[in-house]
Design a binder for this molecule. Structure first.
Ligand code: SF4
Ligand code: SF4
Length: 433
């Protein structure tokens, strides 16, 4: 049965629905003692995980049981913020021996895998490592819901997404994969005349245009005025970001609050800023950029002079990867004794980044979204694209296999609507029949 679960998950094209998009069948092939269902949803404003747990608690718990069976785990946790009591109440009747609900406090980034594993088990994933290094597997709650559906023979062709921020009606929807952002954003009724769309959360997401399709990894779209701090800072040209690094006062606040540094990982953003400021971009300090999880706390919260350590780090990371340098797994240091006291409460983060007034529930609206056209990427997250198995002009049905994946890291892709394949060169375009 263990192998059968991973095989069905592979057939259904399940990937991590929390953002990274790692193929789930590969995660399910490592043995582990513990599986953690990640329902922390720590990115401000997003609600899709919470609404999914509210409306499909049974499927989430069933998915967790299947994941536990696949990896041979004897313990499962559902991590959810303690403040969502009404959702915990919905989950409780489905809990069976071996599974526990783990109530989290409301800090950022509670949902980061490394943070979550430490919080629940006290185990520190080594720098450059993954949860199976400490006998744990972490799966987002929507991924678990998709595991349950995969075992029932349903491929991944729908996605839960929230539309939040500066809108009249924040909401969460279930939409066909490939639906253009504009088709669902209009339902939330954006307020500003000129607005930016951030795909993902406000801390880690990126600005996209209104034609951007929903992917298997899209958690939501955050609508913010073009003048909002989070938009203006994201739009700062990279040359300017590097240039103003010379204004770094070396106050070390970015390092003092860095969640990975506090866990003993070798990342000290203030040192990276110093190296960049003095044009000393070489050596071990720079290679340590690989141990940053890109949570953006240093960029949007910590820095008192509004510099962008995370953008600098991401850029250096990309540069090292281009040069063929890869992160090495290292031995971590000691967890900082002040770690708990230096956590950033979500309320303080919201205030600092100007999102407090948008912090309201985005309830699930159970309506059918039926786009005229879907644009489906051949790859959703990590890995390589597989082989397209449909031709232009071919008629497909919801669930028809579009992209096959046999070897390596990657996942299958399926049609999300009934229609005619219009294009297969870049992203696969299907027009409603
Ligand atoms: S983004 Fe900044 S705060 Fe977050 S892990 Fe990286 S260096 Fe640390
Ligand atoms: S918080 Fe800002 S000013 Fe302080 S060390 Fe970090 S980058 Fe420099």
């Amino acid at each position: 049965m263990k192998r059968e679960i991973a095989e069905k998950v592979k057939e259904a094209g399940v990937v991590g629905a929390g953002g990274a998009g790692f193929p789930t069948h590969i995660k399910l092939s490592s043995p582990a003692e513990i599986v953690i269902a990640n329902g922390a949803e720590c990115e401000p404003l997003l609600w899709k995980d919470k609404e999914l747990m509210r409306y499909h608690p049974e499927e989430v718990v069933e998915g967790l049981k299947l994941a536990m069976e696949a990896v041979g785990a004897n313990k499962g946790y559902i991590a959810i913020k303690a403040r969502y009591e009404s959702i915990i109440k919905k989950l409780k009747p489905h809990i069976t021996p071996g599974i526990e609900i783990y109530p989290l406090s409301n800090f950022y980034p509670a949902g980061d895998e490394v943070e979550l594993v430490y919080e629940i088990t006290g185990r520190v994933i080594p720098p450059g490592g993954i949860p199976p290094d400490v006998d744990v597997v972490v799966q987002n709650v929507e991924t678990l819901y998709n595991i349950k559906r995969a075992v029932d023979g349903i491929p991944v062709y729908e996605k839960w997404v929230s539309v939040v921020g500066d809108v009249e009606k924040p909401l969460t929807l279930k939409v066909p994969v490939g639906t253009p952002a504009k088709e669902i954003i209009c339902l939330a009724r954006p307020i500003p005349k000129r607005y930016a769309i951030i795909e993902g959360g406000p801390m880690t997401g990126k600005i996209v245009d209104e034609d951007e399709p929903v992917k298997k990894t899209t958690a939501g779209f955050v609508i913010l005025s073009k003048n909002h701090y989070l938009v203006r800072k994201r739009e700062r040209p990279e040359t300017a970001v590097f240039k103003i690094t010379q204004f770094c006062t070396q106050c070390t606040r970015c390092t003092d609050l860095c969640p990975r540094h506090l866990l003993g990982h070798p990342i000290e953003p203030h040192r990276i800023m110093r190296s960049v400021g003095y044009n000393l971009i070489k050596g071990e300090t720079i290679r340590d950029v690989f141990y940053c999880c890109e949570c953006s706390l240093c960029e949007f919260f910590s820095c008192p002079v509004d510099l962008s350590p995370k953008t600098i780090i991401s850029s250096l990371k990309a540069h090292l990867v281009d040069e063929g340098i890869r992160p090495e797994k290292k031995k971590g240091g000691r967890v900082d004794v002040e770690k708990k006291g230096r956590r950033v409460p979500l309320s303080r983060l919201l205030e600092r980044i100007g999102l407090s007034k948008f912090n309201v529930r985005a309830p699930f609206l159970d309506i059918e979204i039926s786009p005229r056209e879907v644009i489906i990427p051949k790859i959703h997250g990590s890995g390589k694209p597989g082989q397209v198995v449909v031709r232009q002009g071919e008629r497909v049905k919801k669930g028809t296999l579009l992209v096959e994946f046999k070897q390596g890291i990657g996942a299958r892709v399926h049609a999300s609507i009934d229609g005619i394949v219009e294009d297969t060169k870049g992203r696969i375009r299907i027009r409603k029949a």
